[in-house]
Design a protein around this ligand. Structure first.
Ligand SMILES: *[C@@H]1O[C@H](CO)[C@@H](O)[C@H](O)[C@H]1NC(C)=O
Ligand SMILES: *[C@@H]1O[C@H](CO)[C@@H](O)[C@H](O)[C@H]1NC(C)=O
Length: 204
């Protein structure tokens, strides 16, 4: 009598084989670039278009234009956020290295405070991220990483500048990136008094 393998056994062998080839294919390409060009400068200014594909506002895909100032020496970053065709003044989001974040609306005099377990990413965060190989996005050949914050982060192979990142359901496309730019205007960084109004407990 010829021995026959039960079908579940065959499935098991197939899965093993598929797993092994995927691992072999993956490990071949995954050598991260040996360069500090992909680290962030200590200060930068970026103009970013953000599309939230998980939001169903306006038939899906909420569009925002964000001006981002990253200022590691002062332990902070600022996002100035404009909604598509809203006509409203922008929202400000100041994030501090200790994890406190103030999201305020100067027109409505409203403010929300968030406390994140992890504060600002340091300029060399990429050294501890997972390297995922190369991909072409927005027409740029990029190195790709992921970490606890970014499900994907794409940096231009040629310049090291970010091209795109995906975070919390949002895809952000970088239109402009300038190293070394400092935003001096302290009124943009300082959360307004109504952020500190006595008894309002911070949401989340
Ligand atoms: C994207 O939209 C979803 C659903 O409205 C929301 O939960 C999420 O916080 C948004 N992401 C960002 C980064 O605003
Ligand atoms: C974090 O730093 C900011 C800015 O200095 C401050 O307003 C906030 O109270 C600090 N948060 C905590 C939890 O200490």
């Amino acid at each position: 009598m010829a021995p026959t393998l039960p079908s579940w056994w065959l499935l098991f062998l197939l899965l093993l084989g598929v797993g092994a080839t995927a691992a072999a294919r993956g490990s071949k390409k995954l050598t991260p670039p040996v360069s500090t060009a992909y680290e962030w400068p200590e200060r930068f200014h970026a103009v970013v278009v953000s599309i939230n594909l998980t939001s169903h506002d306006r038939g899906g895909g909420r569009l925002q234009l964000i001006e981002l100032y990253y200022d590691w020496p002062h332990g902070r970053d600022l996002n100035i956020v404009r909604d598509q065709l809203s006509g409203d003044p922008p929202l400000y989001n100041v994030e501090w290295v200790n994890g406190t974040s103030y999201l305020f609306d100067t027109a409505a005099s409203s403010c929300r405070t968030f406390q994140f377990p992890v504060g600002l990413l340091p300029p060399d965060w990429i050294a501890t991220a997972n390297y995922l190989g190369r991909d072409t996005v927005d027409g740029f050949e990029c190195h790709v990483w992921s970490n606890f914050l970014f499900s994907r982060y794409y940096a231009d192979v040629a310049t090291g500048h970010p091209v795109r990142w995906i975070f919390n359901g949002n895809t952000r496309h970088v239109l402009e990136f300038e190293a070394g730019v400092v935003l001096q205007d302290s009124s943009k960084w300082q959360a307004p008094p109504y952020c500190f109004a006595s008894s309002t407990p911070p949401p989340i």
